[in-house]
Design a protein around this ligand. Structure first.
Ligand code: SAM
Length: 310
C-alpha cells in the first residue's frame, strides 16, 4: 500500500531537498510513499499567472486567491475514475518525486468534494498559523490515511473560502509565524512517513520515543510494573519525553556516562531511564505531565524533584 501526498504550492522546487535524504528518501524510493507537488501558477488563467490579490477591507500584503487552489484540488478529484488518476500522474505540471522511477500508483483514490470525503481515507489540510496544533497524535492519525493533500499558504495567508469549502482541517506546526506553508508541509510529511509500517527499520523506534503511545494506564493493576517490579514503561510512552541516550566513548572530554548504563543490570537501567524521562519532561515540558498516565512510583519520583500535583 502506498501513501500519497499532494502538495499545493507556488514553490514546487522547494521540496526536492527536504525529501531527498534519509528515511523519507528511502520510503519514496521503495514506493511506500509518493509525493507530488502541484504548482498553483499552473491553475491560473492570466498572462502573468497571478495567484494573489489585495485583501478586501484593506490592510497589509496580499492574499492567495481561492480559484487556483479550488481548480488544483478539483483536478485531483474525479478520482474514483482510475483513468483520470493515470492521466493525472502523467500530467506535466505534477512533479512526481519518485526515485524508483515507478509509474504512479493507479489505485490512488481521487480527492472527493469536502462534504462527501471519506475522512478515514483522505484529508485536505491547510497549513496555517491559525490551525490546530500538529502533534504526534495528529501524525499517528494521518499515517492511517491513503492520501493527504497539503495546501501551503504564502503572503498574508489564503482566502478563507479554502478553509471553509475545501480543507478538512487547518494545522499549525507551532506558535510562531513562518513565511510560507512549505516548511510546515515538509514537517508534516516527515513526521507521518516515519510512522508508516515498514518505513523505520525498527518498528519499536517510533513506539518508544517522545510522545509515544501509553503502555501503562492509570489504575493499571500492576501499577505499570513488570513481574520483576521495575517500570514497564521507560521511554516517552504515555506522552512524556524520551530518556537521555549515550554512546561510545564512555568518557568524553572529562564527562563520563552514568554508571548505571555500563553495569549491565537491566532492571536498574529501566528504572533509571524512566526517572530520567520524567525529570526531563518536568524540566522542559511540565505541561505534558497533566495528561500522562503516571504510576504511583512515577509520582514519587516527580514529587521528589519538586513537582506539585494539582
Ligand atoms: N497572516 C497569517 C497569520 O497571522 O496567521 C500568517 C501568514 S504566513 C506569513 C503565510 C503562510 O505560512 C500561511 O498561510 C501558512 O500556510 C504558513 N504558516 C505560517 N506559520 C505557520 C505555522 N505555524 N504552521 C503552519 N503553517 C504556517
Amino acid at each position: 500500500m502506498t501513501m500519497r501526498f499532494d502538495i499545493l504550492t507556488i514553490f514546487p522546487n522547494f521540496f526536492s531537498s527536504p525529501l531527498d535524504y534519509g528515511i523519507l528518501s528511502r520510503a519514496i524510493a521503495t514506493g511506500m510513499v509518493q509525493v507530488a507537488t502541484h504548482d498553483l501558477r499552473d491553475f491560473t488563467h492570466d498572462r502573468h499567472r497571478t495567484v494573489d490579490d489585495r485583501p478586501f477591507g484593506g490592510g497589509e500584503g496580499m492574499v492567495l486567491k481561492p480559484q487556483p487552489i479550488f481548480e488544483c484540488i478539483e483536478s485531483l478529484g474525479a478520482a474514483s475514475n482510475p483513468s483520470n488518476t493515470i492521466e493525472l500522474c502523467n500530467e506535466q505540471h505534477i512533479n512526481q518525486i519518485d526515485k524508483s522511477g515507478t509509474e504512479c500508483n493507479k489505485s490512488i483514490t481521487g480527492i472527493a468534494p469536502k462534504f462527501t470525503r471519506d475522512l478515514t481515507r483522505q484529508s485536505v489540510i491547510l497549513l496555517s498559523a491559525q490551525g490546530k496544533p500538529f502533534t504526534q497524535a495528529t501524525a499517528r492519525r494521518l499515517a492511517t490515511l491513503d492520501r493527504v493533500v497539503l495546501i501551503c499558504g504564502r503572503y498574508e495567508g489564503v482566502d478563507e473560502r479554502v478553509s471553509d469549502l475545501l480543507a478538512d482541517q487547518e494545522l499549525s506546526i507551532g506558535d510562531y509565524v513562518l513565511s510560507g506553508g512549505e516548511l510546515a508541509a515538509a514537517v508534516v510529511i516527515d513526521a507521518v512517513v516515519r510512522l508508516l509500517p515498514g518505513v523505520l527499520g525498527h518498528e519499536d523506534s517510533s513506539r518508544y520515543e517522545s510522545f509515544g503511545i501509553a503502555d501503562i494506564q492509570p489504575g493499571d493493576p500492576a501499577d505499570g510494573k513488570t513481574a520483576d517490579g521495575v517500570p514497564r514503561s521507560t521511554h516517552g510512552a504515555g506522552g512524556i519525553l524520551d530518556y537521555p541516550h549515550y554512546t561510545r566513548p564512555a568518557d568524553f572530554r572529562g564527562t563520563s556516562i552514568p554508571e548505571v548504563l555500563a553495569a549491565g543490570d537491566h532492571a536498574s537501567i529501566r528504572r533509571w531511564r524512566r526517572q530520567m524521562a520524567l525529570a526531563k519532561t518536568l524540566r522542559n515540558r511540565p505541561d505534558l505531565l497533566a495528561h500522562a498516565p503516571l504510576t504511583p512510583e512515577d509520582r514519587e519520583v516527580l514529587a521528589s524533584l519538586g513537582h506539585k500535583f494539582l
